[in-house]
Design a protein around this ligand. Sequence first.
Ligand code: GLN
Length: 452
Amino acid sequence: AHLDRVAEVDPKINAFLHVDAEAALEQARAIDARRAAGEELGPLAGVPIAHKDVFTTIDMPTTAGSRILEGWRPPYDATVTRRLREAGLVILGKTNLDEFAMGSSTENSAYFPTRNPWDLSRVPGGSSGGSSAAVAGYVTPLSTGTDTGGSIRQPAAVTGIVGMKPTYGGSSRYGLIAFASSLDTPGPFARNVLDAALLHEAFSGHDPLDSTSIDAPVPPVVEAARHPDVAGLRVGVVKEFAGEGYQQGVLNRFHDSVELLESLGAKVVEVSCPSFTTALPAYYLIAPSECSSNLARFDAMRYGLRVGDDGTRSAEEVMALTRAAGFGPEVKRRIMLGTYALSSGYYDAYYGQAQKVRTLIARDFEAAFQQVDVLISPTTPTTAFPIGERADDPMAMYLADLCTIPANLAGNAAISVPCGLADEDGLPVGLQIMAPVLGDDRCYRVGAAVEK
Ligand code: GLN
């Protein structure tokens, strides 16, 4: 049924870069056979899933949305991929994304843009826009994403689904094609909070193959999603996330959520996190700096594309030609920003300064969580914007992640859950719930209580 849905809906939304119907049916039959043989299988066995094309898969191409990896077949599975298979999930295919996960609209994919099922003229968010569109379009009940600055929560918000960024280090980066290694975090998409928790639990947890993986039990996320009790819970509204630049319909739905939480017995107070206003510029120095280092591996020798290797050119010339042809404009912009911010003479003024701001943001979170159990805000300042509207304006595009970036810089857990439709355009609005490091279960508890 889901493969039929792919055939029917995907030509309209373009969520997938790769679908292997035969392989998916084979996986599904194998699960059926195990069940028939009396094997006890987990809660997600046989459930279809779409997998962001930034995780390596041994049986499918992996492009990261870039021409530079076109045709590359990874020799191994990412830890997240391996755990999906172990849980018996049936991988339908790989989903579209902004090239190397850099973007907020999926328009930076080197292949094609993905469309929002709510309104085909609008973006599905990004960078995990193929994954959000596939779930929102009822093509698959579950999908995977990665969140470096908002790439799970923002697409979830603008397509009306649930998207969770686990605590940094709570889910493995092994086999995830790196963008900014100190920020990259795999997480789940689903149409409700409990489904997201089940997927979160299935692929999270310690991985010795990732040096930043946390060696601690997975927080009790499924338990929390099943018991959405918020009576007596202290909820902080981040004062800095309101005002100019926020769509009125987004603020209206946010205020509805506050009222709902109060009616359920939560104590809602305003909390100030003054450093959050500097998170966006700090992120746009740190993420490009790390990207400029990580993307150095695409040297035309080791992976994918190689241009101009006709026996007359030097390795440097082939490398330059390959990168010129293989990287898109946003990736080049980030590499240049990053190498500049890291270069001698500028390091202290830019990268060093941004790292100090990062520490201040983590301290704001720590101070806030002395007073409250969770922090809430709108997930994004606006609903889904029209395709093309921000494509030539990187600054406008970067603003989509205004509210999501602090949790990445500090490593905290944060979820986006649907909280209704905006009055102006009838498009979905997301509520963001942020929790302390390893407090992922609180996101699910509150999310399940208020999701629409
Ligand atoms: N939109 C942000 C960026 O372009 C975040 C991307 C992400 O989380 N991968 O960097």
